[in-house]
Design a protein around this ligand. Structure first.
Ligand SMILES: *[C@@H]1O[C@H](CO)[C@@H](O)[C@H](O)[C@H]1NC(C)=O
Ligand SMILES: *[C@@H]1O[C@H](CO)[C@@H](O)[C@H](O)[C@H]1NC(C)=O
Length: 511
């Protein structure tokens, strides 16, 4: 197996995205075990529904946003003033045409009278938390420049033009697709992305430890994930525009395919086990998970597969058919060295996702609720915990099916590309409001535009860049940014999540 470069943790899960080879399922021989659990699980079902109701109704705000966000009328009304975005290759590919990007910024969104846009999903509220450390004192040029040691590149946007100063190579094409995403944001919302100056890191592991900055302002670094001990600012990862090295298509097309794929095998017809495929060698937790695999001696209801990275790579990841991974009733999500980009694909299967205790968050995962969108698995007792979850779900198929659907609905609706762009736009606007200086073009920077990135590209990368290019500007308002959490509200929400997890642990103990 090819060792994975050490800086690339989000990618360690890419194997999971690749289709499993067919596998012979040995018959579960757990009837005795499950029988002894049946009375316990009946109680579980009742409490669980109550828990579900609690979580459901306490997140009404989140629910509220959905139907509105889904209506087509908003975009239809906007169509009149949307204009197509075009890309012309040829001539001097290394220069950006001024005409495409020279529109001056319009007034900030706050000043625009908008026809009651829909509310953004609840997870948007976390961006206020991410920016909180700089909220009162603001962000100085020194603070931004000082974070250079953490950064892969510096991004400056001025008058709608995008400049990048690269400091270090990124793993594969992460930086390319991340920057492409930012260019698409600028095309989609012309004149609305404010002037700004920020440092971005394309590695996986968050670095800005809050404990180290109790008396001085922490450095400001954008990246793909964080944990509770760090102050990195989370931003959508590159896979939303595509991951060319493993043939992972842009998210918009992927969600369509997953939706269709989910119809191939109805949930009840799926194999009644928990499935995982990935690289087990990147973390202790994954090595530990593999011990739960089915064998002659044991059956914890887990069907686990190590990805053969070399052979998949030689095959050009042609088998990367995500929908084909949705033929098990349960899907396991386990972090690698940090968060994993596989989470959204796992959730999209209409099968309950079993999350082995998570420690990292990306920009949307803080909106996921245990017991509603996923089932929590104890990291220090994985096998028992997985067996319990699968047995429970197989006995309570209606509830399990509903959880699978809730997870898929979350990624299909709250995480559709439109919302990803809205998150980026709002975050950049909120960030730019805190800047206490007028950004200037860095000396060693290059101007980027869709032409300069896409025209020279070749192969799969070019295909994905073109496919994920925004087709037209958007005149309609983005979704409306919900306010920051009140301290008590935030505490209450975290407590409810912790309680839901504890409750499942308690049932497990009883079982
Ligand atoms: C393209 O533009 C760049 C920057 O203006 C210039 O240095 C380069 O010589 C041009 N190349 C061609 C082929 O005209
Ligand atoms: C788990 O067990 C199955 C069935 O025996 C086997 O095909 C698979 O390779 C095993 N997975 C790992 C990671 O060893």
């Amino acid at each position: 197996m090819k060792p994975w470069p050490s800086e690339s943790c989000g990618s360690d899960d890419q194997e999971q995205l690749v289709e499993a080879s067919p596998v012979v399922i040995s018959k579960a021989k757990s009837s005795v075990l499950t029988a002894s659990w049946s009375s316990a699980t009946k109680g579980v079902a009742v409490v669980f529904l109550a828990l579900f109701a609690l979580v459901f109704f306490t997140s009404v705000r989140w629910i509220d946003g959905v139907p509105l966000a889904l209506t087509k009328s908003g975009s239809a009304q906007a169509l009149e003033s949307n204009s197509p975005v075009t890309l012309t290759c040829g001539g001097n590919k290394s220069t950006c045409r001024a005409s495409t990007t020279s529109r001056p910024p319009s007034p900030s969104l706050d000043d625009v009278a908008s026809p009651s846009p829909s509310s953004c999903p609840d997870y948007f509220r976390w961006m206020h938390e991410d920016l909180r450390p700089w909220e009162s004192a603001g962000i100085t040029r020194e603070l931004v420049s000082g974070a250079r040691r953490f950064a892969t590149f510096r991004l400056v946007i001025l008058g709608g033009r995008v400049y990048v100063e690269k400091y270090r190579p990124a793993f594969q094409t992460r930086d390319v697709f991340t920057l492409w995403g930012i260019l698409q944001l600028v095309s989609r919302y012309p004149g609305r992305v404010p002037d700004l100056d920020l440092m971005f890191n394309c590695d996986d592991t968050p670095v800005v430890k809050s404990a180290a900055y109790s008396s001085s302002p922490p450095p400001l670094v954008f990246r793909y994930c964080k944990n509770d001990e760090t102050l990195d600012i989370v931003f959508p990862d590159w896979t939303f525009w595509g991951w060319s090295e493993i043939n992972l298509k842009p998210w918009e097309r992927m969600t369509e395919e997953l939706k269709k794929g989910n119809e191939r095998v109805k949930w009840r017809k799926r194999k009644p086990f928990a499935y995982w495929k990935g690289n087990p060698w990147v973390s202790d937790s994954r090595r530990d998970l593999i011990k739960c695999n089915v064998s002659k001696q044991q059956d914890w209801n887990a069907r686990l597969f190590a990805q053969n990275w070399d052979s998949e790579a030689r095959g050009g990841f042609k088998n990367s058919d995500m929908a084909a991974q949705c033929d098990y009733r349960y899907k396991i999500y386990v972090e690698g060295r940090a968060w994993s980009v596989s989470q959204k694909y796992i959730l999209a299967c209409n099968s309950p996702a079993l999350f082995v205790t998570t420690h990292f968050h990306d920009f949307f995962s803080r909106g996921l609720v245990p017991g509603l969108h996923y089932w929590p698995i104890k990291e220090h007792s994985k096998c028992r915990s997985i067996k319990f979850a699968v047995d429970w779900g197989n006995k309570h198929q209606k509830e399990a099916e509903e959880m699978g659907k809730a997870g898929s609905r979350f990624v299909q609706e709250e995480l559709k590309m439109e919302r990803v762009y809205d998150y980026m736009l709002h975050l950049l606007i909120q960030y730019a409001k805190l800047l206490k200086y007028k950004p200037s073009i860095p000396e060693k920077s290059t101007e980027l535009c869709s032409e300069s990135m896409a025209c020279p590209a070749t192969g799969v990368a070019k295909k994905f860049l073109m496919e994920s290019m925004v087709q037209s500007t958007r005149a309609a308002e983005p979704c409306e940014l919900p306010p920051p959490f009140e301290a008590a509200e935030l505490r209450g929400m975290l407590e409810r999540k912790a309680d839901a997890i504890k409750q499942v642990e308690l049932w497990e103990k009883k079982g």
